[in-house]
Design a protein around this ligand. Structure first.
Ligand code: PXP
Length: 244
């Protein structure tokens, strides 16, 4: 069975826009879980642009499913992970000026730096996944450093169309096949939405799809009408069409 991990970073983006205490991340995580999400993902970025350290500690206490913490390989963030002990971490590359995680981790080039982190997490009882582009060399490097999971970056698939998108899906399928042959478990995510997600189910042996931005965007439209009705009720106002 494929599982859905919901990334709630952009609930924090809304909160940080005003530095308010709402929307509360723990409430958002609980709503996702009540709706059936199999896990909750957050990315504690070095620049703390959305998720804050306090969120990670609070979520650890309330998440009833699985907590997946995305992080870059920096000593400060690794120390937080080892203290919080999420169920899983996903190692990602990070550049301060990027809008979102732009490419996969170059595990092949960073084997010596990443292998000790994999061992450290394993010893702490935390599962580790490597966020990589669908590139066989990267898959093999992940197996070589003993990572139990990879997360295939679906961003290029999501950002392309037609023949180019079909070719990228083939690359994702080939990378997943190689990973399974090497005994790795396979997650995928980035840029997935209601229009492009179904085709991704062709990737063999998928464990979890991690989806964030499109779900939070969809929630605005699924919930905006109710939010206006609630405010009208609070103000005891009649609506524009005269109804209450
Ligand atoms: N997986 C990883 C490793 C990510 O960095 C992100 C974005 O934080 C996602 C999945 C989710 O991507 P999106 O927000 O585009 O659904």
């Amino acid at each position: 069975m494929i599982r859905l991990g919901v990334n709630i970073d952009h609930v924090a983006t809304l909160r940080q826009a005003r530095r308010t205490v709402y929307p509360r991340l723990t409430d958002a995580a609980a709503l996702c879980e009540q709706a059936g999400a199999h896990g909750i993902t957050v990315h504690l970025r070095e620049d703390r642009r959305h998720i804050q350290d306090a969120d990670v500690y609070a979520l650890r206490k309330t998440i009833a499913t699985r907590m997946n913490l995305e992080l870059a390989n920096t000593p400060e963030i690794i120390a937080v992970a080892l203290e919080v002990k999420p169920d899983e971490v996903c190692m990602v590359p990070e550049r301060r000026e990027e809008l979102t995680t732009e490419g996969g981790l170059d595990v092949a080039a960073q084997r010596d730096a990443l292998a000790p982190v994999v061992a450290q997490m394993r010893d702490a009882g935390i599962s580790v996944s490597m966020f990589i582009n669908p590139d066989l060399r990267q898959v093999e490097a992940c197996a070589a450093i003993g990572a139990p999971y990879i997360e295939l970056h679906t961003g290029t698939y999501a950002d392309t169309a037609d023949a180019e998108q079909a070719r990228e899906l083939e690359r994702l399928i080939a990378a997943a096949r190689r990973a399974r042959e090497l005994g790795l478990r396979v997650n995928a995510g980035h840029g997935l939405n209601l229009d492009n997600v179904k085709a991704v189910l062709a990737i063999p042996g998928l464990d979890t799809l991690n989806i964030g931005h499109s779900i939070i965007c969809h929630a605005v439209f699924a919930g905006l009408g109710q939010a206006v009705r609630d405010m009208l009720d609070a103000l005891q106002l009649k609506t524009e069409n005269g109804k209450r």
